[in-house]
Design a protein around this ligand. Structure first.
Ligand code: BES
Ligand code: MN
Ligand code: MN
Length: 456
């Protein structure tokens, strides 16, 4: 790192921390309409921060939560343009009683900043804002042109973003996309993502009798919607753990041997992983390691179930309806729309008589795989190696960032996913945290990245 930028980060560390804390205090929970005003406030706050850093900014309304767009094009036409993407929305903080400090009151303990959104994704987005600010304040310029695109709907499926990217494809044209919304493989081990899984999310509703019934007076003669739903869900896998939806695997590509063997070379302890999640045994598709199951294979999971009486004690009731939330994680080249079609056909085939079953598709996103070649990745390797003192490893990822596939296909630009979270960070769970050291080093690494990429 050139000393002038390092000195800037040192001199401004407290202010940067205070600003991040202000950002984290805003409960921008995209899933909850009672937080709509907070979500907008977070967008405005972020716009202000980008403005202060020296970019031209605007908040653009969508059918859902607003998009924050910022630009700095002072490097000129001859220089590359980088689009930095992130999300300022966060997951709901519940269950609140499991937090050791309040979810929206950032607290430092053991070198970690605890708060909802600290790592996913406000902290990781904000470190990019500060990397840009450092360049612009210290040198009055940046080695590359920059577009910052931050959305407030990632945690609810980015439903309005693809259309936005299509509509503004000319304005968003760029040579590279950079995203920090993921984790490092281990502490001190910088990591570049080679893949993300895609997503197809469904709600399945089963309607039986017109109202709840006495299970003694009617049970045995009326089809039970909860049982019907259980039967449907049980058909999604065979006994070995493979997904049994017709055609589900048809588009799944074999992973390149080189990537697979690289993956098998990563130090990963399956026992430790089992211990960490607190399960008595691990499950999944036969013939694959845990990392392969997580990164290279598709899933079909139940995310939630609702039916009948779930309160204290016993109640003899035959529920009128049952509902399940089901999501499939997809891998290249599965297409969310095709999976939607297959899911509809499958459920229609297995749905028992006597109930009405509807399948609603809530949102989807394509899977993504990087090609990891070219000046962007070379620059990232150098920047990360310098900031962390260690060469980055290439890792896969089981999670999804819906817009990434769209960036690649609509903008035609390579996407660099370089995250600064850590295993155990509790994203989406109580006590979410980001390591203070990773925030600091990540900020410096990203400042360095623009320098390195600007040379190309
Ligand atoms: N940042 C995550 C995705 C992620 C998780 C990347 C772990 C790398 C490591 C993102 O905010 C997220 O939670 N995505 C959702 C997307 C869904 C709502 C379509 C996910 O993966 O469940
Ligand atoms: Mn995220
Ligand atoms: Mn998330």
């Amino acid at each position: 790192m050139f000393t002038d930028l390092a000195a800037y980060f040192d001199a401004n560390a407290t202010r940067i921390r205070d600003e991040l804390f202000d950002f984290l205090r805003i409960p921008s929970v995209s899933a909850r309409s009672e937080h709509d005003a907070d979500t907008r406030r977070a967008a405005e706050w972020l716009r202000g921060s980008l403005d202060q850093a020296g970019l031209r900014t605007e908040v653009i309304d969508t059918a859902g939560h607003p998009i924050v767009l910022a630009e700095w094009r002072g490097a000129g036409r001859g220089r590359p343009t980088v689009l930095i993407y992130g999300h300022y929305d966060v997951q709901p903080a519940e269950p609140l009683d499991l937090w050791d400090s309040p979810a929206f009151e950032p607290t430092v303990r053991d070198g970690r900043i605890y708060a909802r959104g600290s790592v996913d994704d406000k902290g990781q987005l904000f470190l990019h804002v500060k990397a840009l600010e450092a360049h612009l304040k210290v040198r009055g310029t940046l080695p590359v042109n920059v577009i910052v695109l931050a959305e407030g709907e990632e945690e609810v499926g980015s439903v309005n973003l693809e259309a936005f990217v299509r509509e503004h494809a000319t304005r968003l044209a760029c040579d590279a996309v950079v995203i920090s919304d993921s984790t490092m493989f281990a502490p001190g081990q910088p990591s570049i993502l080679s893949s993300l899984r895609g997503m197809a999310y469904f709600q399945i509703d089963v309607q039986g009798p017109s109202g709840d019934l006495h299970s003694g007076m009617y049970g045995g003669a009326v089809v039970n919607p909860a049982m019907a739903l259980a039967r449907i869900l049980a058909t999604f896998h065979d006994d070995t753990g493979r997904i049994a939806i017709d055609g589900f695997y048809d588009a799944v590509q074999a992973w390149p041997d080189a990537v697979r063997s690289q993956m098998r070379g990563l130090p990963f302890d399956e026992e430790h992983f089992r211990d960490e999640v607190g399960a008595t045994a691990l499950g999944g598709e036969p013939g694959y390691t845990v990392l392969e199951r997580l990164w290279t294979r598709p899933t079909c999971e139940v995310n939630g179930l609702l039916s009948g009486y779930t309160g204290e004690g016993a109640k003899t009731v035959l529920p009128a309806k049952a509902m399940a939330k089901v999501s499939c994680r997809l891998v290249p080249d599965q297409d969310p729309q095709e999976i939607e079609r297959l899911m509809h056909a499958h459920v229609a085939r297995v749905a028992p008589a006597g109930v009405t079953v509807t399948v609603q598709h809530l949102h989807g996103g394509r899977p993504w795989r990087a090609d990891l070649e070219g000046p962007l990745f070379d620059a990232a390797r150098r920047a990360l190696a310098e900031a962390f003192g260690k060469e980055p490893v290439i890792v896969g990822e089981g999670g999804s960032i819906p817009v990434v596939g769209d960036f690649q296909s609509i903008l035609g630009a390579p996407v660099l996913l370089v995250g600064f979270g850590l295993p155990g960070e509790n994203a989406h769970a109580p006590n979410e945290w980001i390591s203070v050291e990773n925030f600091e080093t990540g900020m410096r690494a990203m400042a360095r990245l623009y320098e390195e990429y600007g040379k190309s």
